[in-house]
Design a protein around this ligand. Sequence first.
Ligand SMILES: Cc1cc2nc3c(=O)[nH]c(=O)nc-3n(C[C@H](O)[C@H](O)[C@H](O)COP(=O)(O)OP(=O)(O)OC[C@H]3O[C@@H](n4cnc5c(N)ncnc54)[C@H](O)[C@@H]3O)c2cc1C
Ligand code: FES
Length: 264
Amino acid sequence: MKLLNGEILSNEKYSDNLYKMGIFSPYICKNATAGQFINVKCSPEGVLDPLLRRPFSIFNIEKKFNVFSILYMVKGRGTQFISGLKSGDMLDFAGPMGDGIDLNGNENNILLIGGGIGIAPLYLIAKLAGEMKKNVFFAAGFKDNSYLRWGKDLIELKINYAVLTEDGSWGEKGLVSDYVWNNMESFKNFDIYCCGPRDMLKTLQNIYKDRNNKVTALLEERMACGIGVCAGCVIKLRKGKKGFSYKKVCKDGPAFSLGEVIFD
Ligand SMILES: Cc1cc2nc3c(=O)[nH]c(=O)nc-3n(C[C@H](O)[C@H](O)[C@H](O)COP(=O)(O)OP(=O)(O)OC[C@H]3O[C@@H](n4cnc5c(N)ncnc54)[C@H](O)[C@@H]3O)c2cc1C
Ligand code: FES
């Protein structure tokens, strides 16, 4: 992990609150992989308010151009600030952070299940798995069609996919977890990566409780230091039959076996 400054090459507005930012960084493109994230300073140079950096998953890496991107939702002050940055501005960030995902040990079939902005860390997994000639399926669920523009990124992956929206304005109407449940048999021999709202992850945990699939969840706990020092991102994991242990999402994750996560 390094403290870095990268030139912003684009900061494209996808919809009201959704943006994709492209950043020039040979270091990230060389050293980062799927599942990792960066910690971004969300204030002008010389200003330390807000003090805490904000974590964003590495959405895509284009090694050929030394460019990586983040896909982000404007939620509060930090994301509001970066949404106003323009191409040519510099982004102050630290990365790559967290453990990357090694797809080598995986099944040949990979299912990605993303809810809302949870699609962000899954995109690069899908891309790298596709490049390894694995059979990749992306199931993505949203409230409405505000992620429609992301559909173009999805098509570029040239993989199979299903899009669901709660209001039916894009793709099938319904919840992505229901889609997975209804298509359980088709995904019998798939290794699974999921990311999204807690309720979605809890539902998936129930669905896969007694099944043999290897299911990995990428967690997006709130973070403070981002480097394993403050214990601000601790989660509880099952250990053995009755025990449990604590892990830090920033240092030990963000990927964990879904079956082991205790959602209090
Ligand atoms: C490992 C990791 C990867 C992430 N990747 C992405 C990503 O790729 N794209 C993206 O848009 N967001 C991602 N997030 C969430 C992102 O970091 C927060 O949305 C961001 O920090 C909000 O900052 P803010 O200053 O705009 O909002 P704040 O003012 O800090 O908060 C505004 C609102 O957002 C809520 N919020 C803040 N952080 C989180 C969080 N981690 N999860 C859920 N709600 C939160 C707050 O409770 C509050 O209601 C990731 C988080 C983690 C931990
Ligand atoms: S954010 Fe400080 S330990 Fe994880």
